[in-house]
Design a binder for this molecule. Structure first.
Ligand code: FES
Length: 152
């Protein structure tokens, strides 16, 4: 089917790479925006690996998301410097407002909330990235506003 064909094209592009599995998974993430469960058996078969092996790698690396991201992706820093100035409260607030846990997307596909560990913006914590743009010194109200304006 169509999924299988697209997945196999990515596999073929990386087949010769050393340790082909990771480059293939990154390739899938780039092609589809996620690495879903139904891609795992296809990759396993193509590389002669077990499904469990492939699944293990997909879930070990947090780079791979299992489903399409929301239209707005919010990455909240939970590393030490940001934690010390209120990142936990911010993360909790965001989860409450959108009714999802960190790493999840709202059912309507509008917002994904994720955690990251240091965005290199430590002096201006708590920091977050919204659709790739960096923001610092956030509080709950400002985060809400930024997410709403990112949603358009
Ligand atoms: Fe949050 Fe570095 S600890 S940006």
């Amino acid at each position: 089917d169509a999924l299988e064909q697209r997945v196999r094209a990515v596999v073929d592009a990386h087949r010769g790479d050393r340790g082909a599995l990771l480059p293939i998974l990154h390739g899938l993430q780039a092609e589809f925006g996620y690495v879903s469960h139904d891609m795992v058996p296809i990759v396993a078969r193509e590389l002669n690996l077990s499904r469990a092996d492939v699944h293990g790698v997909v879930t070990f690396y947090h780079d791979f998301r299992p489903e399409p991201a929301g239209r707005t992706v919010v990455k909240i820093c939970r590393a030490e410097a940001c934690q010390s100035v209120g990142a936990e409260k911010l993360a909790e607030h965001a989860q409450q407002v959108f009714g999802v846990k960190l790493g999840q997307t709202t059912p309507d596909g509008s917002v994904t909330i994720e955690q990251v560990f240091c965005l290199g913006n430590c002096a201006l914590g708590p920091a977050a990235q919204i659709n790739g743009r960096m923001y610092g010194k956030l509080d709950e109200q400002r985060l809400d506003r930024l997410i709403r304006s990112a949603e358009g």
